[in-house]
Design a protein around this ligand. Sequence first.
Ligand code: ZN
Length: 299
Amino acid sequence: MDRMNLKERIKQGLFLLDGAMGTELIARGIEAGTCNDYLNIESPDIVFDIHRAYFEAGSDAVLTNTFGANKYALARHDLGDKVKEINTTASQIGRRAAGEEKYVLGDIGPSGDFLEPLGSLKPDELKDAFAEQAKALLAGGVDGFIIETMTALDEITIAIEAVQSVSGDLPVFASMSFDRAGDDFRTMMGVDVEAAVSKIVSLGVDAVGFNCGTMSLEEYIELAGKYVAAVKALGKDVLIYAEPNAGKPELVDDKAVYKVSPEDFAAATEKIHSAGVNIIGGCCGTGPGHIEAVARTLK
Ligand SMILES: [Zn+2]
């Protein structure tokens, strides 16, 4: 059976995303510092296997392996001219893993620089860069887009507008990364939940969310409550998504190790879900085992 239009599907209730790509690549022997995005070209089977593992665990959608596949991030690996090839190939890999029934979201991460005057980016050029990436993802057959791990409101605004300029009717998800700040939460650039939600929702996205960060599961549950309240206060019909990390990493031999078990992670997502978050996945440190536990607990 062919899949329902994704915009419709996410309104039908619980929708599961995948877990981390980066930590799964490391678990398969890819060294830190590698250009993960170029693995779509160099080692497509590894990327395909990770997608398949997530679908088998119960994910309804996977994110393409293109978190750093904008021209600025790729240029740090001298691959700035490979945006089209990498993104189109990545979405074809995702499509192949998803088959006809499951979904693929084109993943767009930050540029890694700041807009002027803080950094060197010009708004028009940044918008062109994100549009270039989104177009290449679209060419490979994605069902929608997810803009994630953003910390600056100006950059996420430009990313959303760029994606919407090429996405047609396909849904757009957008999330920022928060950390604990006193008794509140803020992104690295000082944005609070209310400011993030009201700006992102005003741009007409289909789902607003949070992902990554360095927090305990209890803090992610609290953050979810804040998101639900912020969306409610706007009185807008927009879905919320959450991709927490597998808790706070611990440093072991200079490496970040995530120790939260699939069961504990699933228990936290149960609370996040009952707070009113219908689209759930995991970020750093979560693997197919975590998603499988979430699927078992929530479905
Ligand atoms: Zn993460």
